[in-house]
Design a protein around this ligand. Structure first.
Ligand code: 5GP
Length: 120
């Protein structure tokens, strides 16, 4: 499998500072910011700084330091936004996953009782 990364995708532009964002947390390896169209009271996107298209790309090719740094950022986001009663993490991935932005991101959704995982 080859992953072709588009450096003009919107999250790449956010990482370069070309588009503003409402930052929740940032570190050497990750950036977390509020989704522009929140679908729950808490809706934060966590992205790696590296150029990875999707979760499977990140899981396969990111360095251990990048992977540890990414999940440390997820933990920080959960602490900062206070999802103590639980949350959902979603990584829409490529075409069948209906991924819109081709830079790997994890949605952190919470702050309310969430509905069923998938419509039946
Ligand atoms: P996907 O469908 O790729 O999993 O989700 C992409 C998410 O990015 C959507 O929830 C969408 O609202 C969010 N998004 C798209 N453009 C922007 C933007 O410019 N800024 C922010 N903060 N979120 C964005």
């Amino acid at each position: 499998m080859t992953f072709d990364y588009d450096p003009q995708n919107i999250f790449a532009r956010i990482l370069r500072g070309e588009i503003p964002n409402k930052t929740v947390f940032e570190s050497e390896h990750a950036l977390a910011f509020h989704d522009i169209h929140p679908q729950a009271p808490v809706h934060v996107l966590v992205i790696p700084r590296g150029s990875y298209v999707s979760l499977d790309h990140f899981a396969r090719d990111a360095t251990p330091a990048e992977q540890v740094g990414f999940f440390a950022a997820v933990a920080e986001v959960c602490r900062i936004v206070n999802v103590g009663d639980g949350f959902r993490a979603i990584a829409n991935s490529r075409e069948h996953g209906r991924q819109e932005v081709p830079h790997f991101h994890l949605h952190i959704l919470g702050g309310t009782q969430l509905g069923i995982m998938l419509p039946r």
